[in-house]
Design a binder for this molecule. Structure first.
Ligand SMILES: Nc1ncnc2c1ncn2[C@@H]1O[C@H](COP(=O)(O)OP(=O)(O)O)[C@@H](O)[C@H]1O
Ligand SMILES: [Mg+2]
Length: 255
């Protein structure tokens, strides 16, 4: 099995607080991996370590074969990253945003012209090239941000809550694009709170306050937990964890 991401016992502490605890996982090349968990569970922190933006406190990991602690520059060149707050320049047009990111990645000339045309078409932004990014609706902004993240033809795309606050039609269009990209062989790691999106991932991992509770295909998780759907799996896992924490709290209180 060829893996795009592998990490072992990856841990991040902020002061004395553990944000990510002993995370071990592997993500197959060309697959879509959905990372689920309540807010504050450590999803973005994990992503930032995998992108080489944050140094792990302990543990190890490789992304596209490069070490997350020692080869972060090589990782950054090969991945596309869309952060929770996508980094568009609102006072630049659609085309100028693409041009700006092309400059960052060192893409110019004929290659830039072709890439821009392909990505504008992929994002359905044809005819909006001269429109200011700030005046686009949430769905268009999101697809422009995705186009910017794809300019340098990354092998791995990391998307942190790309569809938060976006209308259902735009979410559907966005996910059609994501599935197309996966069919082209691009690996995708995506965080989401939407279970309809998670159900279309090849594999998903549930993280709860720093701990990866379970992972597998959506079908296998639903059947293992004897649940009707992923939402039930998610709610059951969270309730189990909350009950375990409450019990622990009572024990500590009794001591
Ligand atoms: N730079 C930071 N400094 C201190 N604490 C942080 C920092 N970044 C994240 N955290 C904490 O780490 C935990 C996990 O956060 P995060 O990874 O953003 O979770 P998620 O993306 O799942 O919502 C939270 O308790 C958050 O407050
Ligand atoms: Mg987050």
């Amino acid at each position: 099995m060829s893996c795009a991401i592998q990490c072992k016992n990856l841990t991040k502490k902020f002061h004395n607080r553990i944000a990510v605890n002993d995370l071990t996982l592997s993500i197959k090349k060309g697959s879509i991996y959905g990372f689920l968990g309540p807010n504050g569970s450590g999803k973005s922190t994990t992503i930032r370590m995998l992108c080489g933006l944050l140094v792990p406190t302990s543990g190890s990991g490789t992304v596209l074969g490069f070490d997350v602690t020692k080869e972060s520059e090589s990782i950054k060149q090969r991945i596309g990253y869309m952060s929770q707050k996508f980094s568009l320049y609102e006072d630049l047009t659609v085309e100028e945003n693409l041009q700006f990111y092309a400059g960052v990645y060192g893409i110019a000339g004929r290659e830039l012209k072709q890439r821009k045309a392909d990505l504008i078409e992929m994002a359905g932004l044809t005819g909006r090239e001269k429109q200011l990014a700030g005046s686009l609706s949430g769905g268009w902004k999101q697809r422009l941000a995705l186009s910017c993240a794809l300019l340098h033809r990354p092998e791995l795309l990391i998307l942190d809550e790309p569809t938060a606050g976006v209308d259902p039609v735009s979410r559907r269009i966005f996910w059609d694009v994501i599935h197309d990209l996966a069919r082209q062989g691009i690996t995708i790691l995506v965080t989401t709170h939407y279970m309809d999106e998670a159900e279309t991932c090849d594999e998903i991992g549930f993280i709860f306050f720093g701990n990866l509770l379970t992972h597998g295909t959506p079908k296998s998780l639903i059947s293992e937990m004897n649940a009707d759907n992923l939402e039930d799996v998610f709610i059951t896992l969270v309730q189990q964890q909350e009950a375990a924490q409450a019990e622990l709290g009572q024990k500590v209180g009794r001591k």
